[in-house]
Ligand binder design. Structure first.
Ligand code: PMP
Length: 429
């Protein structure tokens, strides 16, 4: 008989300590927004495998598509022998990305690899070396991913030196007193102190910072970045690994940049919910930019695996069939309404935010914005698990509770999760 405790003991003995784990739970099976652990206990999943399960655990359409692919071919290496689902997926993603220009796409396996490849493409096209990223940003755990990530603990500690030519500017965040003007001034400061703009290949940002705390890039900032990039021949990269595939109420969060300000990124990275639980990441970009690397420069043995491509096509189809973009908005509104009710009773909640269903609450001692409350945040996440709800925290100050529940979750499950969260605030007060 397997128990969580026994498996955790085996895990600790066999696996390195650096591999974190949010909850001491081993899963046996999962269905949509619910999982059952090895002891038979049911848990509501508000974590969604860190933004991977916008279509829920094991959506029937995905399971069917992957099974069908499994019975045909599972691997050839796309650079040896090609298969249609890869090309079809690229065609679909090219038409779904904003910007009135021709686009091309290719696939990798992880979000970090997508980021690595976005930088490779940007360097090949611009023939420049430097990349500007932002404080609080997260871009993965590979060497360049870590270099671009703007948070030292725990992601970068002990792992340097990192690739050169990466510079960090401030990310605007009104809640913590950083304006768009401050953020733009920090880029001008980089140009003055560290790197001339003509050496900068790209500026990379998350439309909504994910690991950094669910802070949305203000539209005036995005507009200013685009203007800056155009002025200096710099490419703009949107890292949509966490925001993409419908989380923000649009297929891509940067669609709202285009609608509001006519801004389109030159390159977009996607992963996570694109494959709906199968490992797949995408790099989508301006055709002439994407064609810059020489043949053989891009790819990987497993990248764009047929099973993952079949899953991604099923994800796109499911979004259409089940109107999941509208559902994303509705889920977000329902969550926000429930969180507002909790906030009426608990001054610790200093902010409730997020586009679409990319929802977060930020906790402060006595609601004082100068005192982020990481301890209460940690206690609520732990209490939630005891009461059957899987939550995740995030944020530069570790005081943000983020919700990445499947968009396919029923209203009943959403309300059940909210009720547990409410009880957790009472229990930790
Ligand atoms: N970019 C962003 C914005 C992310 O949120 C993440 C993962 N949290 C990554 C890159 C890295 O993705 P992966 O873990 O699949 O390498």
């Amino acid at each position: 008989n397997l128990t969580n405790a026994a498996l955790m003991a085996r895990r600790r003995a066999a696996l390195p300590a650096g591999l974190g784990q949010a909850h001491e739970v081993f899963v046996d099976r999962a269905e949509n927004a619910e999982v059952w652990d090895v002891e038979g206990r049911r848990l509501i999943d508000f974590a969604g495998g860190i933004a991977v399960l916008n279509t829920g655990h094991r959506h029937p359409a995905l399971v069917e598509a992957v099974k069908a692919q499994l019975d045909r071919v599972t691997h050839t290496c796309f650079q040896v022998l090609a298969y249609e689902p890869y090309v079809e997926l690229a065609e679909r993603l090219n038409t779904m990305a904003p910007g009135a220009f021709a686009k091309k796409s290719f696939f990798m396996t992880t979000g970090a690899e997508a980021v690595e490849n976005a930088v490779k493409v940007a360097r090949a096209y611009t023939k420049r070396s430097a990349v500007i990223a932002f404080g609080g940003g997260f871009h993965g755990r590979t060497m360049m991913g870590m270099a671009l990530t703007g948070k030292v603990v725990p992601y970068k500690v002990g792992f340097g030196p990192f690739p050169a030519e990466v510079y960090h500017a401030k990310f605007p965040c009104a809640l913590h007193g950083v304006s768009t003007a401050d953020a733009m001034a920090s880029i001008e400061a980089l140009f003055k102190y560290d790197v001339e703009p003509s050496r900068v290949a790209a500026i990379i940002l998350e439309p909504v910072q994910g690991e950094g705390g669910f802070y949305e890039a203000p539209i005036d900032f995005v507009k200013a970045l685009r203007e800056l990039c155009d002025r200096h021949g710099i490419l703009l990269i949107a890292d949509e690994v966490q925001t993409g595939a419908g989380r923000t109420g649009r297929w891509l969060a940067c669609e709202s940049w285009f609608e509001q300000a006519g801004v389109a990124p030159d390159i977009i990275t996607m992963a996570k919910s694109l494959g709906g639980g199968f490992p797949l990441s995408a790099i989508i970009g301006r055709a002439e930019v994407m064609d810059a690397p020489a043949p053989g420069g891009l790819g990987g043995t497993y990248s764009g695996n047929p099973l993952a491509c079949a899953a991604a096509l099923a994800v796109i189809e499911t979004f259409e069939k089940e109107s999941l973009l509208a559902r994303s908005q509705a889920v977000g509104e329902r969550l926000k309404a429930g969180l507002k009710q909790i906030a009426e009773r608990h001054s610790a909640i200093g902010d409730i935010r997020g586009p679409g269903a990319m929802i977060a609450i930020e906790l402060f001692t006595d609601g004082d914005l100068a005192r982020p409350d990481a301890d209460r945040t940690r206690r609520i996440v732990a209490e939630a698990l005891r009461r059957g709800l899987i939550l995740l925290s995030c944020g530069v100050h570790a005081n943000v509770i983020r919700i990445l529940v499947p968009l396919t979750a029923s209203d009943a499950v959403l309300d059940e999760g909210l009720a547990v969260l409410s009880d957790c605030f009472d229990a930790t007060a």
